[in-house]
Design a protein around this ligand. Structure first.
Ligand SMILES: Cc1cc2nc3c(=O)[nH]c(=O)nc-3n(C[C@H](O)[C@H](O)[C@H](O)COP(=O)(O)O)c2cc1C
Length: 139
C-alpha cells in the first residue's frame, strides 16, 4: 500500500457543480483502480490523500498533477504504508466553510500556502491528523 498527500490551488475557484462533477468522475475511476482517499476543498485550495497500490497511486498522482484546473502542487507525503486510512471511501470529500475552519485547531496552518512548506518540515505527519479528523467526522 502506498500513500500520497499533496496540496494545490485551483486556477479559478470551483463551483459546487464543478466539485460534484470532479468527485463523481474521480470516485468511479478510483473504484476501478482500487484507489481510496480524501479530498478537502477550501476557498480555492485542495488537500488530497490518495492510497492504493504503489503503481496505481503514482500514476494517478502524475495525471492529477498535470490537470490544468489546478497548480502549485506541494507533495506532502509520498510513502509506503501498511494501513489504509480511507478504505471505505473511493474519495471522501469535504468542502470546508470558514465557519467549519474556525472550529478546527491547526487547520489554517495547513492551508496557508506561505507557511505550509515550513510547517511541514517540522511536522511531516500533521496533515494526516487533519485528514483523519475529517474522516472520523464523516463516519
Ligand atoms: C483536485 C483534483 C483532484 C482529482 N482527483 C482525482 C481522483 O482522485 N481520481 C481521478 O481519477 N481523477 C482525479 N482528478 C481528475 C484528473 O486530474 C483527470 O482529470 C482525470 O483523471 C482524467 O480523466 P479522463 O482522462 O477520463 O478525462 C482530480 C482532479 C483535480 C483537479
Amino acid at each position: 500500500m502506498f500513500r500520497v498527500v499533496y496540496i494545490s490551488s485551483a486556477i479559478k475557484p470551483f463551483s459546487e457543480s464543478e466539485l460534484v462533477d470532479l468527485l463523481v468522475k474521480s470516485r468511479e475511476k478510483n473504484s476501478q483502480k482500487g484507489i481510496t482517499g480524501m479530498l478537502l476543498y477550501n476557498d480555492g485550495n485542495f488537500m488530497q490523500l490518495i492510497e492504493g497500490k504503489e503503481t496505481a497511486v503514482k500514476q494517478l498522482y502524475t495525471v492529477i498533477s498535470h490537470d490544468p484546473r489546478h497548480h502549485g502542487h506541494i507533495l506532502l507525503l509520498n510513502e509506503q504504508t501498511s494501513e489504509s486510512l480511507f478504505g471505505e471511501w473511493s474519495m471522501a470529500f469535504r468542502n470546508l466553510t470558514d465557519q467549519n475552519i474556525q472550529k478546527i485547531p491547526g487547520f489554517s496552518r495547513f492551508m496557508d500556502r506561505a507557511l505550509i512548506a515550513e510547517n511541514f518540515k517540522k511536522d511531516p505527519t500533521g496533515c494526516l491528523d487533519l485528514l483523519k479528523m475529517f474522516r472520523d467526522e464523516s463516519r
